[in-house]
Design a protein around this ligand. Structure first.
Ligand code: 3PG
Length: 207
């Protein structure tokens, strides 16, 4: 199951750490109205599953996924909440098995050529490159592009509005992800106008 099929030509994936599920729907509407098609809600807060459920039921026009997936048991939880895809910082055989059994489109993470090849062997030609900036960033992706021509990446981790365009210019980068569109301070303040502006700016970078 390829997340690329689901997200089609989406070039920006906003990654969200949400502490208050009540903010999920206004946030999702803001991102959708700005022109984004998807949201990745990370499983790093107590509110994450409720936020996914709120978005899935009340903002059906936005494709909602779960991020920071790390345990096989979480697959059924996020499916029940309504997540349409999942993103993992890395990968483990059991996690891939659980996603495959559930028919869950998964974007698994890799940071080395060996991991990338193992994931490719399991059928994942689209992978998250994480943590992108610390793992070598743009020069690294350029370097693996020649020996691993079948692979496409969604770099995440340390990406900013300033860096996103340069990543997206690489032929082996399908999309970029990050929290820069929905910073904690703006979410905490409920400043959806500013988040909408950051989302619109991100879309302009992705064009
Ligand atoms: C992720 O969950 O994909 C990353 O932690 C997001 O990284 P960022 O906060 O550096 O954008």
């Amino acid at each position: 199951m390829d997340v690329g099929e689901l997200l089609k030509r989406e070039r920006i994936v906003p990654v969200v750490v949400i502490d208050d599920a009540a903010k999920a729907v206004p946030l999702a509407r803001t991102l959708m109205e700005a022109g984004l098609n998807s949201i990745e809600v990370t499983l790093r807060s107590a509110a994450a599953l409720a936020a996914i459920e709120q978005i899935a039921t009340k903002v059906p026009g936005l494709i909602v996924g779960a991020g920071s997936l790390r345990r096989s048991e979480q697959v059924s939880d996020i499916r029940e909440a309504g997540a349409q895809f999942a993103v993992a910082p890395g990968w483990a055989p059991g996690l891939l098995d659980a996603a495959e059994v559930a028919g869950l489109p998964l974007l698994p993470g890799a940071a080395t050529a060996a991991e990338m090849m193992q994931l490719f062997e399991r059928g994942y030609a689209l992978q998250k490159f994480f943590p992108a900036e610390l793992a070598g960033g743009i020069p690294y992706l350029r370097a693996v592009g020649a020996p691993l021509p079948e692979l496409r990446f969604v770099p995440t981790g340390g990406i900013t509005a300033e860096l996103a365009g340069d990543y997206l210019a690489l032929p082996n980068v399908a999309a970029v992800g990050g929290t820069w569109i929905t910073p904690k301070c703006l979410l905490d303040a409920g400043d959806f106008d500013r988040i909408g502006q950051l989302a619109a700016d991100a879309i302009a970078i992705g064009m």
